[in-house]
Design a protein around this ligand. Structure first.
Ligand SMILES: [Zn+2]
Length: 419
């Protein structure tokens, strides 16, 4: 068992060191220098370095808490106590063990999260008060605790009732949960945190017609473009495509519109909107849920094998695979598994982003404006425009800014050659 802990520690230490300290590849560095000033590059590096240190502190603390509970034998004692408190009510004990671990994780995560907020303030990325931030954190954690509780109950019921086929059923159930979540996220959950106003009712209402025209050209039936009051949380600029079936919509941050609209020239917003329409055209949310289902099936099969092997063995001495003492291990394996699968997951996500970029370039046929928008996005969000290959592999859901710029330049060259 000791070697498992040591291997895990070595893996995460290596990951931390490589993603944080390795230098960027020479071509990314050279590309960045042609589009960004030295100040922009240095600022982005410094900001991302500080964020990285805080992020890894949080990750190591979370791993230490969960691994400590699992490997010290505490998980066994905790499960036995919960079974005693609940007078042997097994499902309640499962939930209780999960709740204790969740609270233990939050106890170590909160100070780091506060430091991250302070860091954002220091960089002028937010001016929100701590009490406002704390209120929002309570709400989001309350919601995720409820969601995770439901998932945990479903999973353990399946493990107990269908001991052989549960991984398949759980993966199918996971996909159904994904669909429901995608469906309700924009209409029930997101509005708890922000106000969403139809574009036509905002100060940018005059964009309604050009946006409708763009949607017609892209062949996407967009009937809702919403503006989110992201300025409530900070100055981060973004746009996203969300929802499922009838709840599909495109959301633009008010911060994005303020930064990218120059007088009434909307061309930078146009390329960003067209990118979101690209996600719509390619049905990325549906594809994402299906790929997630396949990944979940592999993960559940592995989990089933591990839980079976641990029956009667230290440190958990499970009485059965669905013993509540396995819950902390399940939580730990989710974290570790997510990191192990990150290179594949991120590569798929970056592929989706490239597809959406291509749609945007084809729809708007204005690579110069696309490049301007990319540069502004990176600058406004103090992005690290010279990420190293390890941080791209394990942490980047989007291609580096310079890669997206290069794609626009390549498109420009080939269209000029075709003329
Ligand atoms: Zn995108």
């Amino acid at each position: 068992m000791r070697w498992i802990v040591l291997a895990g520690l070595a893996f995460f230490l290596a990951l931390f060191a490589l993603t944080t300290f390795a230098p960027a590849d020479a071509d990314i560095e050279a590309q960045a220098r042609t589009h960004f000033s030295t100040t922009d590059i240095e600022r982005g590096r410094e900001f991302s370095f500080q964020r990285r240190l805080l992020f890894w502190t949080g990750t190591f603390l979370q791993l230490a808490v969960l691994a400590g509970i699992v490997f010290s034998g505490l998980a066994r004692k905790l499960a036995d106590s919960c079974l005693t408190w609940t007078r042997g009510r097994w499902l309640l004990a499962v939930l209780l063990v999960g709740a204790v671990c969740y609270l233990a994780e939050e106890a170590v995560a909160l100070p780091v999260a506060l430091a991250r907020l302070e860091n954002l303030r220091a960089w002028g990325m937010t001016r929100r008060s701590t009490s406002d931030w704390l209120l929002e954190r309570c709400l989001s954690h309350g919601l995720s605790a409820v969601a995770e509780g439901i998932v945990l109950v479903g999973l353990y019921l399946l493990m107990r009732c269908v001991p052989r086929a549960w991984p398949v059923l759980a993966a199918l159930g996971g996909m159904a949960v994904g669909v429901v979540f995608a469906l309700i996220l924009p209409i029930w959950i997101a509005p708890l945190f922000n106000t969403f106003t139809p574009l036509e009712k905002t100060e940018w209402g005059y964009l309604r017609e050009p946006v409708a025209e763009l949607a017609r050209r892209g062949g996407v039936p967009v009937d809702e473009i919403l503006v989110m009051d992201a300025s409530r949380q900070g100055s981060h600029t973004n746009a996203y495509f969300t929802g499922f079936g009838g709840t599909r919509r495109i959301v633009l941050y008010d911060t994005l519109l303020r930064q990218h609209m120059k007088a009434k020239d909307w061309r930078e917003v146009e390329v960003i909107l067209a990118h979101e329409m690209g996600h719509w055209q390619h049905d990325h949310i549906v594809t994402g849920i299906m790929i997630g289902g396949v990944a979940a099936l592999a993960g559940f099969c592995l989990l089933s094998w591990i839980l079976q092997r641990l029956v009667g063995r230290p440190p958990l001495r499970l009485t059965s695979p669905h013993d509540p003492a396995g819950v902390p291990l399940l939580m730990l394996l989710v974290v570790v598994g997510t990191w192990l699968a990150a290179p594949v997951g991120n590569a798929i996500s970056r592929h989706f982003e490239r597809q959406a970029d291509l749609v945007s370039l084809e729809m708007t046929r204005n690579p110069e404006i696309f490049i301007d928008a990319e540069i502004r996005l990176a600058r406004d969000n103090i992005s690290n425009v010279t990420p190293n290959r390890w941080s791209i592999l394990f942490m980047a859901t989007h291609p580096p800014a310079v890669e997206r710029i290069r794609m626009a330049e390549d498109g420009k060259k080939s269209s000029e050659a075709g003329r």
